[in-house]
Ligand binder design. Structure first.
Ligand SMILES: Nc1ncnc2c1ncn2[C@@H]1O[C@H](COP(=O)(O)OP(=O)(O)OP(=O)(O)O)[C@@H](O)[C@H]1O
Ligand SMILES: [Mg+2]
Length: 425
């Protein structure tokens, strides 16, 4: 069967040679697309299984490349000559099959290789790759980083995801390893306000924009983050909840992969919802509000799930753990019950037994209720580690950080670079 092709190369001198190479019986050109909207619309019609693009196509970015893949269209980047600057640009956008215009004899092989890649799962594909397609930007261009990623998630009802994320990141950093906290809550960021970083443009959205143009590097990511102290950086979150569309799953994945190369630890403060929007909208190509959350959870080496200790919060935690095992099967969460207090009338053992009975999770960490310390940190815009280092909540999170550092890096303690010349601005 002949392969349907889309040709969208913009104003380049080699289009005629490309069309000539595509003229054989194995191929037929479905459409010469004039621009990116034309390309995306034709891809959605599912008449073509491969697209030939060039770095000169205005508006081509990593999201478009990911979108084409989600439509089942393999992407081949065409460059004027081999090893050109255009090739580097295309690779950064996530195009890993490159065809040089001075080697049109390889045309059929390049299309076949791209199609093979598009249909065979990558060796490291986890649940998120399967769910969101294999089109995350920068896959081919980036060396994998050695940093560990810890995602902090919890159900609705403000169980303490942000307090725990910030304190955990601060404690990991206090042990001397470079740590980045990413406020990845798609329902609106809180970490900037917790640190008194008001009127701040979003570091995460700036990093996502750089990722989308294929230009995100570890030093650039560091530039988008705020320095809290010598080893702790913070990527501030979405300033208004309605800007979630700017944080798609492939872009967050690129930010996280880049963070792995920047810091020994990356902590992700995640939004609460796991619902996939397409389950209710039927529009699989529409942006997914919770796509970034699911991406964060499945990218993580360690998934911390936090819930409150009161009866309502505990039942939400149990339901959340069950939802999680349906959405992302195979993950083993590190479960934390927060705000444990005597006035509830339950011992820690009773709380743990309740969670274990309902979810099968046997190892559960308790964090004490400590409103005085939490309020002090909030009011001063500082981390608990800085302003209440001996508080019971801080000590409990410190023990948890030591535990996680051992869990996430069993072979060796991470020795990520210390951040140079850093002070809170
Ligand atoms: N261990 C604790 N002791 C006392 N107060 C706590 C504790 N943990 C969290 N809190 C308080 O609970 C409130 C909610 O915490 P936090 O903002 O971390 O929740 P969240 O899960 O991130 O909520 P959101 O849905 O708003 O993102 C805050 O006022 C915080 O100070
Ligand atoms: Mg929060």
């Amino acid at each position: 069967m002949s392969t349907g092709l889309l040709v969208a190369v913009g104003a380049v001198g080699f289009e005629a040679a490309l069309l000539q190479a595509a003229a054989g019986p194995q191929f037929h050109v479905v459409r010469r697309c004039v621009d990116v909207p034309d390309l995306v619309a034709t891809a959605a019609s599912r008449q073509a299984t491969a697209a030939l693009v060039s770095a000169q196509l205005r508006g081509l970015d990593s999201e478009i490349v990911a979108r084409l893949r989600e439509e089942g269209v393999a992407v081949i980047g065409v460059t004027p000559e081999s090893s050109s600057a255009d090739e580097a640009v295309l690779r950064r956008l996530g195009v890993d099959q490159i065809l040089s215009a001075d080697d049109m004899g390889s045309f059929a092989d390049a299309v076949a290789a791209a199609q093979h890649r598009a249909t065979s799962p990558s060796p490291d594909s986890g649940p998120s790759r399967d769910r969101h397609g294999s089109g995350a930007p920068g896959d081919a261009a980036q060396e994998p980083g050695g940093g560990q990623v810890i995602a902090v998630w919890g159900p609705t009802g403000a169980p303490g995801r942000s307090v725990l994320s910030l304190c955990l990141a601060a404690e990991l950093a206090a042990s001397g390893t470079a740590t980045l906290l990413v406020d990845a809550d798609v329902y609106g960021g809180a970490v900037a306000a917790m640190l008194g970083l008001l009127d701040e443009s979003s570091g995460l959205l700036a990093a996502a924009r750089a990722a989308n143009s294929g230009a995100l590097r570890p030093d650039g990511l560091a530039g988008h983050a705020r320095e809290v102290n010598a080893t702790l950086r913070v990527l501030t979150g979405i300033p208004r909840a309605d800007r979630w569309t700017e944080l798609t799953a492939p872009l967050l994945r690129n930010v996280v992969e880049t963070a792995r190369r920047l810091c020994a630890f990356t902590v992700l403060d995640c939004g609460f919802s796991l619902e996939l929007d397409e389950e209710v909208s039927y529009d699989t190509a529409a942006p997914r509000r919770n796509g970034a959350t699911l991406e964060a959870l499945s990218e993580a080496d360690t998934l911390v799930v936090v819930g409150g200790a009161d009866p309502v919060s505990l039942s939400r935690l149990i339901r959340g753990l069950n939802d999680l095992s349906e959405s992302l099967p195979g993950l083993t969460p590190y479960v934390v019950v927060n705000r444990v207090r005597g006035s509830l009338g339950w011992s820690e053992d009773e709380i743990a037994a309740t969670v274990t009975r309902a979810t099968g999770v046997s190892s559960i960490r308790m964090l004490p209720d400590d409103p005085a310390a939490c309020d002090k940190a909030l009011v001063h815009g500082r981390t608990l580690t800085e302003c209440a280092p001996e508080a019971k909540i801080t000590k409990a999170v410190r023990a948890m950080a030591a535990d996680l550092a051992g869990l996430t890096a069993p072979a060796r303690r991470p020795t990520g670079p210390r951040l140079g010349r850093l002070r809170r601005r």
